[in-house]
Design a protein around this ligand. Structure first.
Ligand SMILES: [Zn+2]
Length: 304
């Protein structure tokens, strides 16, 4: 049996899993992301955690095919560097691949977290049968991983698919990136919580905004339907640009389910330019729970 370790680095926690070649998670754990220490010290903690996972499972380095890492971007996957993720403030040009590789002497691959999750959906989830698809995560942020002709499309540095900063409606105001009306600024979980609170006139979590939506609060309903339409606009751009067979939607906001899916399907069926594109399948992700770590491990097996 061959094994890989998948590591999913987030702003608050690092998730790790020992995954076998069939995608089964054998051991997993989480450690808090400590941004008060140097990235090198945090990576040493990650290496330690990998060692204890291997020990718990009684798997030796000889049985390991490698280690896959999913990280927030921007990054430079070709050079194994995490460049400047907004939620990892002191992580600037960190050569994480070299630091993990030197410790274990195994192949190490780095991809942005949306690409890792797209790999999981291709390997074991909603896109097993698809060679051309986009995985879009709508969570605290918005990102996408793209598969074209059966291969993960990374771009020159591994940042392809960053659709969170596609402009969909400048009237919504200025995104921290500097542009007006980015999708992430309008439709991320964070954005929905913030604007929903403004509309309701009291502080609400994203979940509470969706509760009001389900209770048919008129103002919130109008607002959320507009958010769904903006997501539809972004998906039409994605379809027009990449001609995927399928779009897989994941992340916390996608959990609202049918109202979102029917709204974006209706928008796409009307506005995608190519008649075939109007019928692009839009389906929920299947692996949300472990997609990050399983996908990161999948990057390793996909090397062969
Ligand atoms: Zn932006």
């Amino acid at each position: 049996m061959a094994y890989a370790i998948g590591i999913d680095i987030g702003g608050t926690k690092v998730a790790l899993a020992l995954v076998d070649e069939y995608g089964k998670v054998r051991e997993q754990s989480k450690i808090p992301t400590d941004t008060s220490i140097e990235p090198t010290a945090m990576i040493a903690k990650i290496n330690q955690e990998v060692e204890s996972l291997l020990k718990q499972a009684a798997v030796s380095l000889e049985d390991m095919d490698g280690i896959g890492i999913g990280s927030p971007g921007p990054l430079d996957s070709k050079n194994g560097m995490i460049s400047c993720p907004p939620n990892l403030q002191n992580w600037r040009d960190v050569d994480i691949v070299a630091q993990v590789k030197n410790h274990f002497g195994l192949p190490v691959i780095l991809e942005n977290d949306a690409n890792a999750a797209a790999m999981a959906e291709k390997w074991l989830g909603a896109a097993k049968e698809n060679d051309n698809f986009a995985y879009v995560t709508i969570s605290t942020g918005i990102g996408a991983g793209l598969f074209a002709d059966g291969k993960l499309l990374g771009g020159a540095r591994g940042n392809a698919g960053d659709i969170g900063h596609t402009v969909v409606d400048p009237a919504y105001g200025r995104c921290p990136c500097g542009q007006y009306g980015c999708l992430e600024f309008i439709a991320s979980g964070t954005a929905i919580g913030k604007r929903g609170s403004e509309i309701a006139g009291k502080p609400l979590t994203t979940e509470q905004v969706f509760d009001l939506y389900h209770q048919r609060d008129e103002k919130i309903q109008t607002y959320i339907e507009d958010v769904f339409q903006k997501i539809g606009i972004a998906l039409v751009s994605l379809i027009n640009t990449f001609d995927p067979e399928k779009i897989v939607l994941g992340g916390g906001v996608s959990k609202v389910g049918e109202p979102l899916f029917s709204a974006v399907r209706a928008y796409v069926s009307q506005y995608a330019l190519n008649p075939a594109g109007r019928n692009t399948e839009i389906v929920p992700a299947e692996l949300d729970q472990n997609a990050g770590v399983v996908g990161a491990a999948g990057l390793v097996f996909n090397l062969k």
